[in-house]
Design a binder for this molecule. Structure first.
Ligand code: GLU
Length: 420
């Protein structure tokens, strides 16, 4: 008898399924559904990079623009060995809804290169970035499509993209990317923005659900930019961070991990493993430990039908994009576990990217407290709108966020009409 292979997870199929559920509830016409399902532009680039030892290696990258009816395409670029066209399509579609749910004037896009950047030297990474930037230069630009950091990319990578694009133009074009270093037109508060937004949303969700944030036991999966800042801010807000994980494993302390100590430890040792005062645990098992709030802040497909029945949290806040499969989502809903969806929970990053783009275009820069205040305002306003929709429609947070977001994009699409 043939062994049944587990169903391969296709992130784009998952993203379309989430969209379809909202489209059904909104009674969208078949025409509109067909338009909104399809990524508008998909660019695949295959390009050579010279390695430090003189060899030439071929790489494949993508840039997908899902929808640009509400404004220029916006979304990060990830460097990861598991990047695929369907993953980038899903991430681009999620960006469309994310920008719509917080009501900033952008469409959705995403880019990716199939590469494990940990295996490259800094000079190889720079050459790969500059060549990829050149390959996608025809579709990006301050008015058309604005990249930003995502998994395994950072302000330095954005600086190389900005410099490459600017060299081709002959003048500086800071607004072509966001998440840049401050010295070349980056924004105060952008590095912390996604984690700050996640912590605001976690606080608002606790308020709405009658949970106490102070003293809440929190598990965070992922200790990159988003996971580490979320951990820091929730620790400061009085939460007990009982487990943390990174790509190498996880650590657990039911009495709470000292996050500033963990941050320093990772800076010195490169990983959480071995942090004094915390027990090492298996990364996957860490998700199932007792807690009040579970924050997946790593990659897609982490909460599945396999572990959803054993999740002990009362609230899941999706700091990663697409961490919960549709099957897991249904199981969590049935078990009475609330899930604040990615398109709302992690929208703080793109919100401050919007501020950065506006500052670059105006050549007028704002102070950090002003940025944090504006971010706080947009996140609390957006959470309140989703909460009100959820109550009005008697649905879960994901559906409520999708209903708001998809309706906004659908309206923009309809009012613009079909060209010609
Ligand atoms: N990569 C981030 C995200 O998934 C930020 C995108 C941006 O700032 O454009 O939301």
């Amino acid at each position: 008898m043939a062994i049944k292979q587990p169903k391969a997870l296709n992130p784009f199929a998952e993203a379309v399924a989430q969209f379809d559920a909202a489209a059904d509830r909104l009674n969208l016409s078949q025409e509109l559904r067909a338009i909104l399902r399809a990524p508008k532009r998909e660019l695949t680039v295959n390009f050579p990079v010279r390695m430090d030892d003189g060899r030439v290696e071929m790489y494949t990258g993508y840039r997908v623009q899902h929808n640009i009816n509400r404004g220029p395409a916006k979304g990060g670029i990830r460097f990861d060995a598991n990047v695929s066209l369907d993953e980038v399509r899903a991430l681009a579609m999620w960006m469309t809804w994310k920008c719509a749910v917080v009501n900033i004037p952008f469409g959705g896009a995403k880019g990716g290169v199939i590469v494990d950047p940990r295996k490259l030297s800094r000079t190889e990474l720079e050459r790969l970035t500059r060549r990829y930037a050149t390959e996608i230069a025809g579709v990006i630009g301050p008015e058309s499509d604005i990249p930003a950091p995502d998994v395994n990319t950072n302000p330095q990578v954005m600086a190389w993209i900005m410099d490459t694009y600017s060299m081709h133009r002959g003048y500086s074009v800071p607004a072509v990317v966001t998440g840049k270093p401050l010295s070349i037109g980056g924004s105060e508060g952008r590095m912390e923005a996604t984690g700050r937004g996640v912590s605001v949303v976690a606080r608002e969700a606790c308020k709405a659900l009658g949970m106490e944030l102070k003293g809440a036991r929190v598990i965070i999966q992922g200790f990159g930019n988003v996971g580490s800042i979320t951990a820091k801010l929730l620790h400061e807000a009085g939460c007990r961070i009982v487990a943390l994980s990174d790509v190498y494993g996880a650590i657990h302390n039911p009495d709470g991990i000292d996050v500033p100590v963990a941050l320093r430890y990772v800076q010195e040792h490169g990983a959480l493993n071995g942090l004094p005062g915390a027990e090492p645990v298996d990364g996957k098992a860490a998700l199932e430990l007792p807690c009040d709030i579970l924050i997946p802040a790593a990659l897609e497909g982490q909460l599945t039908h396999l572990n959803a029945p054993r999740i002990q949290a009362k609230l899941v806040v999706e700091a990663a994009n697409g961490p919960t499969t549709t099957e897991a989502d249904a199981i969590l809903h049935e078990r009475g576990i609330h899930v604040v969806p990615d398109i709302l929970a992690n929208a703080g990053g793109v919100t401050v990217s919007y501020f950065e783009w506006v500052q670059d275009l105006q050549h007028f820069f704002w102070a950090e407290d002003e940025i944090n205040q504006r971010l706080e305002h947009i996140m609390t306003r957006s959470f309140a709108a989703v909460q009100a929709k959820r109550e009005e429609q008697n649905c879960d947070y994901r559906m409520a966020a999708y209903l708001l977001a998809v309706a906004r994009v659908a309206e923009a699409t309809q009012v613009r009409g079909i060209y010609p």
